[in-house]
Write a protein that binds this ligand. Structure first.
Ligand code: SAM
Length: 232
């Protein structure tokens, strides 16, 4: 269970209403049962359920099981896809170890709003399920050009299905983290938009083969490749 508060052996810490519901109603767990709690700052601790009500829970922390360590800085910048697709991408990207998820609004973005809180909850659930210590930072959606203007200069690979994009294998040998993966919306990037992105020195257009992938497939497939090549 991910807990935001400082964790230490001997401490008692409260969980969220969602965690109380999940433990009591979904998993049918009870007071005194063993759980594990974690965050990226303090690591992972053995714990027992000290209190459990419908919407409240608390844990008594035992010994530390895992110390925090360095986490790969692989970032996903993804067009605001339709809700189910974006939910799925956030879950899978979390499993694949991304540090940051930045939804962006592109010229052909059709999704009208992005619920950052809901996506953060999905990321938290996925982090708990896959036993990573950190939960990716979910940034509020912003226009693509603003995300590019504010980028720190780490290499950013843009998923581009055509127009002379380099095969991903051709960039593999020089790939190091931190690094970002930028994926377009259901209808793809507009030509001028892609040109504007690739004019920046830190951006390289990369193709994942000759087939047109759904945006969510491109997001997850690309992250798996980058994680395998440069991450851990
Ligand atoms: N409507 C667009 C077209 O037919 O040209 C297709 C857009 S595709 C469904 C959505 C996004 O997935 C693209 O903007 C791109 O970022 C990514 N993508 C799809 N296929 C890809 C491939 N083979 N290599 C790299 N990225 C790809």
């Amino acid at each position: 269970l991910f807990l935001d508060d400082a964790l230490a052996e001997g401490a008692e810490r409260h969980g969220t209403a969602a965690q109380a519901h999940h433990l009591g109603t979904v998993l049918r767990r009870g007071v005194g049962e063993a759980v594990r709690v974690f965050n990226a700052r303090d690591g992972e601790f053995a714990a027992t359920i000290a209190h459990l009500r419908k919407d409240r829970c608390a844990f008594a922390l035992g010994p530390r099981l895992r110390a925090p360590g360095p986490e790969p800085d692989l970032r996903l910048v993804v067009a605001a896809l339709k809700r189910d697709a974006l939910d799925w991408v956030v879950e899978k990207a979390t499993e694949l170890g991304v540090s940051v998820i930045q939804p962006v609004l592109t010229r052909r973005t059709v999704a009208e709003r992005v619920n950052t809180e809901r996506l953060s909850a999905i990321a938290r659930g996925a982090a708990e399920q896959c036993e990573r210590l950190s939960v990716p930072a979910l940034r509020p959606a912003m226009p693509l050009h603003r995300a590019l203007d504010g980028w720190d200069g780490a290499p950013l690979l843009v998923a581009a299905e055509r127009r002379g994009a380099a095969p991903v294998a051709s960039v593999a040998s020089g790939l190091r983290l931190p690094c970002g993966w930028l994926v377009g919306p259901e209808g793809g990037f507009e030509g001028a938009e892609l040109d504007d992105a690739t004019r920046r020195a830190f951006v390289t257009a990369v193709a994942l083969g000759p087939r047109i992938l759904r945006a969510e497939t491109a997001a997850v497939a690309g992250l798996a490749v980058l994680q395998a090549l440069a991450g851990d």
